[in-house]
Write a protein that binds this ligand. Structure first.
Ligand SMILES: NC(=O)C1=CN([C@@H]2O[C@H](COP(=O)(O)OP(=O)(O)OC[C@H]3O[C@@H](n4cnc5c(N)ncnc54)[C@H](OP(=O)(O)O)[C@@H]3O)[C@@H](O)[C@H]2O)C=CC1
Ligand SMILES: Nc1nc(=O)c2c([nH]1)NC[C@@H]1CN(c3ccc(C(=O)N[C@@H](CCC(=O)O)C(=O)O)cc3)C=[N+]21
Ligand SMILES: [Mg+2]
Length: 304
């Protein structure tokens, strides 16, 4: 069998950022992205760091708010209302998960849909469903973007999505359908999961379980998109998933953990192309957030 192609998310993201940098320079004003980060979620902290860096590179103003984790829903609604009314704020992102006492649904619905760079507001969710151009969730948008830029056709393809979260599974399914794939969505109640995944020409996995999709669940020659971000902290797991990966073992020795997606690396070998973790879909998420911020900035000013 021929070697699978590695779909390089980091390189694709760099390409997108370079394009956006030119667009921002041509705008004649500085777009602003506001991020509200509450609490200590490590995934969120990584995300915020990468965002600040990308904003600097592109010439976008990054506004960071870190209110106290004991705030109430009303406190956060006041913060969101203020950001909605600020003319120097084009994009608003409220980092999830929110503290337990905060009503997430009310907060997401309070964000001005035209500033909703996460694409989580019900109006934007609805527009995506009916195929209207709108702000769409960053990770799913990144998945479609890397397929497109890698020359992988979706029209008529058997696409199988594993996972149905509002953040990844559902919107990526909506986008694949919009891109004319024949769509199957699997989840925790799916019977005979492998029978579905084995039919996929394009398999997108977003479940949050380390190496869950194994080689026997994949059709030879399929394209694998691994959205999962998981951490292995047990040496035996590192040995099982990465028996011949010297770099992973080195990282584990140094840091006590390694990152792995939802797909067993052994399954990549039977694919025709796959997105690695890290350096795949995750890298694109940030680039698409920048894309959405520029899009929102133009939209608000009636620019195309
Ligand atoms: N790369 C990136 O930029 C991003 C990566 N992620 C990562 O993607 C992964 C998924 O995130 P998210 O969508 O938020 O996760 P959620 O936990 O919200 O959803 C997980 C989904 O997977 C389904 N599922 C769980 N176990 C199985 C199983 N054994 N068989 C079939 N389906 C299963 C669940 O089914 P059910 O609905 O029935 O419970 C659910 O729909 C995580 O690892 C997360 O860290 C997330 C966001 C961005
Ligand atoms: N409102 C909201 N929107 C989100 O989109 C959102 C969120 N809340 N809460 C947290 C999760 C997590 N998330 C990540 C995005 C990119 C990387 C990323 O850049 N990953 C790199 C590695 C980064 C590194 O390890 O340095 C990669 O996979 O290659 C990681 C995680 C977005 N999320
Ligand atoms: Mg997102």
């Amino acid at each position: 069998m021929t070697e699978p192609r590695v779909l390089d998310g980091a390189a694709t993201a760099a390409e997108i950022r370079a394009e956006l940098k030119q667009q921002v320079a041509a705008l004649g004003f500085t777009p602003g992205l506001a991020v509200v980060l509450i609490g200590e979620d490590p995934a969120s902290a990584i995300y915020v760091r990468s965002k600040v860096k990308a904003c600097e590179e592109l010439g976008i103003r990054s506004i960071e708010l870190r209110p106290d984790a004991s705030l109430t829903t009303e406190d956060l609604l006041t913060i969101v209302a203020d950001l909605n009314s600020r003319d120097d704020v084009d994009g608003i992102l409220v980092q999830l998960p929110l503290p337990k006492q905060v009503d997430t649904k009310r907060v997401l619905e309070a964000v001005d849909p035209d500033k909703d760079v996460d694409g989580f507001h019900p109006v934007n969710v609805g527009k995506l469903q009916i195929g209207q151009d709108t702000l769409t969730p960053c990770t799913p948008t990144g998945v479609l973007e890397i397929l497109k830029r890698s020359g992988i056709p979706t029209a008529g393809a058997e696409a199988v999505v594993v996972g149905r979260s509002d953040i990844v599974g559902k919107p990526v399914a909506a986008m694949l359908l919009q891109a004319n794939a024949t769509l199957t969505v699997c989840h925790g109640r799916t019977r005979n999961l492998a029978e579905h995944t084995r039919r996929a020409d394009i398999l997108v996995v977003a479940i949050g379980k380390a190496g869950f999709i194994t080689a026997d669940m994949v059709k030879p020659g399929a394209v694998l998109v691994d959205v999962g971000i998981n951490r292995l902290t047990d040496a035996a797991d590192v040995e099982r998933f990465f028996p011949n990966d010297a770099k992973r073992h080195e990282t584990f020795a140094k840091r006590g953990s390694v990152v792995i997606g939802d797909i067993d690396p052994a399954a990549f070998a039977v694919s025709s192309a796959y997105t690695p973790v890290p350096g795949g879909v995750g890298a694109l998420t940030i680039a698409m957030l920048m894309h959405n911020t520029v899009k929102a900035a133009k939209l608000r000013r009636g620019l195309k």
